[in-house]
Design a binder for this molecule. Structure first.
Ligand code: PMM
Length: 283
């Protein structure tokens, strides 16, 4: 099973798909509606996710919900740093979900052990050169533009081929900036500059992205395409009622041997991975 280099020791030798638990410390995230917009609640939610079997906690202070506007660096720092400070001493593996080098730097200095950049180095011109100074994993997601315009950036001649080649070009830029290829994990960016229908071919033809030979992280949890799939009488299924569909995707991804899945509700995904793993290890 492929994984990026630079992972903490305890995550390196796990021969199964890892679970990254989502901790959005934002007032407007569509998935938790701001319920964790409070340091204490965020920290206890992280501990609950660890209890449920999360391997990594992915902390983000800026919403990437379609249509959302940017916040200042200071606001982003004020949201994420106290949460990192509250978790780091317990040995939790923390990923910082940010498009900003300055936030990535502060988070790494506070003890985060990987960088999850949904812009894949495209948003902040300083990001790739900063990451090149580190040894931690770098998650490079497919991204075409900021959240307030990404729904207008959905022209593809072939979504699977185009997403893969755009990721590949960005990986080349990261390597040219001095980041070892082995440290990079890629992510097709479900829902980012993609219509609801464009997410399905990416999942169906994952072999094309796998062809890059890099570890893959998938973030499909509770996303709109699942809500649309499960719509009834024209009413899109609410985000917190998309858990079985999310678990179905986690199961399929684990069966493919993906490096990691990023989910809101850790327990069902972790259970699904246990089943996949047990079957894989049965002779
Ligand atoms: N999706 C969101 C935020 N960060 N990071 C990665 N690597 N992949 C994703 O798909 C991803 C991400 C937005 O979803 P959320 O608001 O539910 O966290």
């Amino acid at each position: 099973m492929l994984h990026p280099s630079g992972l903490p020791e305890n995550l390196r030798n796990l021969d199964r798909t890892l679970v990254m638990g989502v901790l959005n410390v934002t007032p407007d995230s569509f998935s938790d509606g701001g319920r964790f917009d409070d340091t204490e609640i965020a920290i206890s939610h992280a501990f609950q996710m660890i209890q449920d079997g999360a391997d990594i906690i992915d902390i983000g202070g800026e919403s990437t919900r379609p249509g959302s506007e940017r916040i200042s660096v200071q606001v982003e720092l004020d949201r994420v740093l106290p949460v990192i400070a509250g978790l780091v001493d317990s040995g939790v593996a923390i990923s910082i979900d940010t498009m900003r080098a300055e936030v990535a730097r502060a988070a790494i200095e506070a003890g985060a052990c990987m960088i999850n950049d949904v812009s894949g180095g495209k948003s902040d011109p300083e990001m790739l050169s900063y990451v090149s100074t580190l040894t931690v994993p770098y998650i490079l997601m497919h991204w075409r533009g900021p959240s307030n315009i990404m729904n207008t950036l959905t022209e593809y001649s072939d979504v699977v081929a185009d997403v893969t080649s755009e990721i590949s070009k960005q990986v080349d830029l990261a390597v040219a900036a001095g980041i070892a290829r082995e440290r990079i994990a890629v992510d097709p960016g479900i829902g980012f500059a993609k219509t609801v229908d464009q997410n399905w071919p990416i999942l169906k033809h994952l072999d094309v992205l796998e062809g890059l030979g890099l570890p893959i992280l998938m973030g499909a949890s509770r996303k709109k395409f699942l809500g649309e799939l499960l719509a009834k009488d024209g009413v899109v299924r609410d985000s917190d009622e998309r858990e079985s569909a999310t678990t179905a995707i986690s199961t399929l991804m684990a069966a493919r041997g993906l490096w990691a899945v990023r989910v809101h509700d850790v327990k069902p995904t972790r259970d699904a991975i246990a089943v996949v793993d047990r079957i894989a290890k049965t002779s």
